[in-house]
Each structure stands twice: as C-alpha cells, then as structure tokens.
Design a protein around this ligand. Structure first.
Ligand code: FNR
Length: 183
C-alpha cells in the first residue's frame, strides 16, 4: 500500500498558490505515495479550556494527521513567518500533552511566494516547531519556491517547466525518504 501523506496547506485562500502547489505535488507524486490535501478552513482556535471535551473539528484534524504516514507542509509566508492558521493547526495537533498527532511523523516543508525569497523565513520558522514536535524533516532538497505568481494557468495547471521539474525531483526524494523512515 502507498504511504499516506497529509498535505497541510497553510493558506485559507480558495485558489491560493499553496493549495495549487499541494495539488500539483499530489499529481506528480510517485505511486508509492498517496497525497491527501488537508485544508484548515474549518479548524477553530486552540484553547486549553476546551481540551476536556475537545471540539469535533480538532478531533477531525488530529485523526487525519494520526492516520497519515507522513506530513507535507505547503505554506506561504506571512510577515517572514508562517500564517497564524498554520501555527494554530500545529498547536491543535500537538495536544493534549503526550498525545501529539505529529509525534515521529516524517515531514517535508515546501514554502512559496510570489516574491524572490521563496518564503525562506516561513520555511525555517516552521522547522523550529517541527524540532519540538519530534518530526524528522527531509533536509535536502530544500524547497523555497519563489516567483509562484506566474506558475499556474487558470485551470490550475503548472506552466513553468523548470518548476515542474523541481517539484518532481522534490516529491521523488520525499517518497524515497519516507519509505526509508518507515523501514
Ligand atoms: C503576505 N505576503 C508575503 N510574502 C512574502 O514573501 N513574505 C512575507 O513576509 C509576506 N507577508 C504577508 C503577510 C500577509 C498578512 C499577507 C496577506 C501576505 C504575500 C504572500 O506571499 C501572498 O499573498 C501569497 O499569495 C499568499 O499565499 P497563498 O494564499 O496564495 O497560498
């Protein structure tokens, strides 16, 4: 059976670049992986007061992560960090203490921006969280996708061959590494 990968999209925008990038990666993935897009529109704010009877949307999100063999974060950068919705998802999934859904799951980080820096700041702020979450992270290739603004046509298809080639390299490397992590 293929390894199940939860693709956590760090933007709520209905047709955002991060979502399209996640969908493009799902199409390019080799058949050793099954990528499922996890969006965060329905996830409410973490509040420790509610943990005793956790909201259904938290449970749903935690269960999606627990059911996966790996997690691939695809995120834009907000103010040189990750969007609040992604941080909230990390916080929700990490609790209750000692029962983190993320614990030991192999992870990948793909950051993107219309700008030139490729959301490097978001990418590495996210990696700081992943250290505490005890998630081994694919280190190479790094994925800082700049110039995402003209990467897709209106149908959502990738129209930048060099980017397509890089994403293929990335997802193939991720697949090989995930398999290695599960040996
Ligand atoms: C941005 N954007 C942005 N871009 C960047 O490269 N570095 C940054 O620090 C920021 N900061 C930032 C803050 C806020 C609040 C917004 C709304 C946007 C621009 C951002 O890259 C752009 O809006 C992307 O298109 C967002 O990603 P999605 O929604 O298309 O996936």
């Amino acid at each position: 059976a293929p390894y199940r990968v939860a693709v956590v999209v760090g933007s709520l925008r209905s047709n955002g670049f991060s979502l399209r990038l996640g969908q493009a990666l799902a199409k390019l993935a080799p058949d050793t992986l099954k990528l499922d897009i996890v969006t965060l529109q329905d996830l409410s704010f973490y509040n420790q007061d509610l943990e005793a009877s956790a909201p259904a949307d938290w449970i749903t999100f935690r269960d999606k992560i627990k059911a996966s063999d790996a997690v691939l974060f695809v995120t834009p950068e907000y103010n040189r960090s990750i969007p609040g919705v992604l941080k909230n998802a990390i916080d929700v999934g990490s609790r209750p203490y000692g029962k983190s859904a993320f614990d030991k799951k192999p992870a990948g980080v793909v950051s993107n921006s219309p700008g030139a820096i490729g959301a490097f700041g978001a990418n590495h702020h996210l990696r700081q969280c992943l250290t505490f979450l005890n998630m081994p992270v694919l280190q190479q290739p790094e994925a800082y996708i700049g110039g995402i603004g003209d990467a897709f046509d209106d149908a959502g298809d990738l129209v930048k061959p060099p980017l397509r080639e890089f994403l293929q390299t990335y997802i193939d490397a991720f697949a090989a590494w995930v398999a290695q992590q599960h040996k």
